[in-house]
Write a protein that binds this ligand. Structure first.
Ligand SMILES: [Zn+2]
Length: 435
């Protein structure tokens, strides 16, 4: 094994078991793959390596990028100096949290988050929208900002077969490396990776099942195979997004939505996956279909909750969890509902690229700028600048704002909210148990 060491003491120790690369059948491809999925622009200048063999394979700056990303996924790296070109909030999180969180100024608690609803397969995270390319793919920057903000795990939402497959691939790509490198280091501090995913068809997309050229059964069969494979490999942690959406019946009729909700619940039962659920303006039918089946299912999360207090209470009584994002915090009524969600049933999400917290929302006034991590700098997508956020595109790095608002609404310490959501997520989806 060959070690790379940093020139600059403030940067994390760079360690790559290059023996692995050198003995891989195609080392260039191997390293290029690593590079593709782990980029850390601020570490470009960290070191010039002495090892010529590896030098020949890729330019030095790529190796440095790789080295940092590997380090950050295999061991609790020393806190790196915040990059000059990237907005970051992690270093502010602890101090920012002191007042609202009820922590003493000397507290060492650093908020940790799992974004349970994030649509990373959306084209906007690759720079395009409706077929138009606005800027370069900056998904890796999004992931970098997420980690900087304290997001330790992300669960990528699958809304149809293709998206579910992409989410699964994304999870695999980002986990392969940590698993690979753990075997070459002494650390065992990471039991699992950054990205997980769900498999399922959103109620607004059930036409894809119904109109599949080979018929609905073929579509559902592919979904079953994907979910089975994903679940057994540990990358897929939930069946969803499934449910009912009566606000958007122009996408699919009530009958079709109900039909495929039932059929997908059967699949979830068969594969033994917990549920990632969507319910919009359909509480009665949603509960009629779901509740009788719950004893045979592995539980579930009703994400992006915007229903009433009574609805929330019925879901909680049935043993379900409630996911809160910016859409769950839009109105005073929403805030009143969130206030009532028991902490032991709460999960946090962004639902990015949607559901951002906007100045017009009731929640916005609760974003105390002295206490919350700052909102990172944003630019319009047609003026994209590498390393900056894109205006109107919600990201996992905004999840601290959801947590701060929930804490403020509930009058609870931030730590309690974060830790409850963390525990609930692992209890239901078991990301820490997957290898
Ligand atoms: Zn949804």
């Amino acid at each position: 094994m060959i070690l790379y060491s940093p020139k600059h003491p403030t940067y994390p120790c760079l360690m790559i078991p290059f023996a692995t690369a050198a003995t891989t059948a195609n080392p260039v491809l191997y390293l290029s793959k690593l590079y593709r999925y782990h980029t850390s622009p601020p570490f470009l200048h960290a070191t010039r390596s002495h090892h010529q063999t590896v030098h020949k394979l890729l330019p030095n700056h790529l190796l440095v990028r790789i080295a940092h990303s590997v380090m950050s996924t295999t061991a609790p790296a020393p806190t790196p100096t915040p990059p000059l070109s990237l907005p970051t909030s992690s270093s502010n999180s602890t101090t920012a949290a002191t007042s609202l969180s009820g922590l003493s100024p000397n507290s060492t608690y650093t908020p940790r988050y799992i974004d349970v609803g994030i649509n990373l397969t959306s084209s906007v995270f690759h720079g395009s929208d409706h077929g138009k390319q606005y800027h370069e793919d900056d998904l890796e920057d999004v992931l970098h900002r997420a980690k900087e903000a304290g997001c330790q795990k992300l669960m990528v939402t699958g809304s149809c077969y293709d998206e579910s497959k992409s989410g699964y691939e994304l999870a695999r790509q980002h986990r392969t490396y940590s698993a690979l490198f753990i075997s070459h280091t002494s650390t065992n501090s990471i039991s699992a990776g950054l990205i997980y995913s769900t498999v399922g068809v959103h109620p607004c997309s059930v036409k894809l099942i119904d109109s599949h050229p080979s018929g609905p059964e073929a579509y559902l069969s592919s979904l079953r195979t994907l979910a089975q494979e994903g679940a057994s490999s540990g990358y897929v942690t939930a069946f969803g997004e499934i449910g009912l959406d009566y606000d958007r019946l122009y996408h699919a009729s009530k009958e079709d939505q109900k039909k495929y909700f039932v059929l997908q619940l059967d699949l979830a039962e068969e594969i033994c996956l917990p549920l990632f659920l969507h319910s919009r303006a359909a509480a009665a039918d949603f509960e009629d279909i779901l509740f009788p089946r719950l004893p045979r299912l592995k539980g579930g999360l009703v994400h992006s909750f915007t229903g009433t207090v009574d609805e929330m209470r019925r879901l909680v009584s049935a043993g379900l969890y409630i996911g809160v994002n910016g859409c769950s915090l839009k109105t005073e009524k929403n805030l009143e509902v969130v206030k009532q969600i028991p902490l032991e049933r709460l999960m946090l999400e962004t639902d990015g690229p949607w559901c951002e917290i906007r100045p017009s929302h009731a929640s916005y006034k609760l974003l105390n700028k002295d206490e919350c991590p700052p909102i990172p700098k944003q630019v319009r997508r047609d003026r994209f600048k590498k390393g900056l956020m894109v205006k109107g595109r919600n990201e996992p790095c905004n999840i601290p704002h959801v947590a701060y608002i929930v804490a403020a609404v509930k009058g609870a310490p931030l730590k309690e909210v974060c830790e409850a959501a963390w525990k609930n997520t692992l209890d239901l989806f078991g990301m820490d148990k997957t290898a």
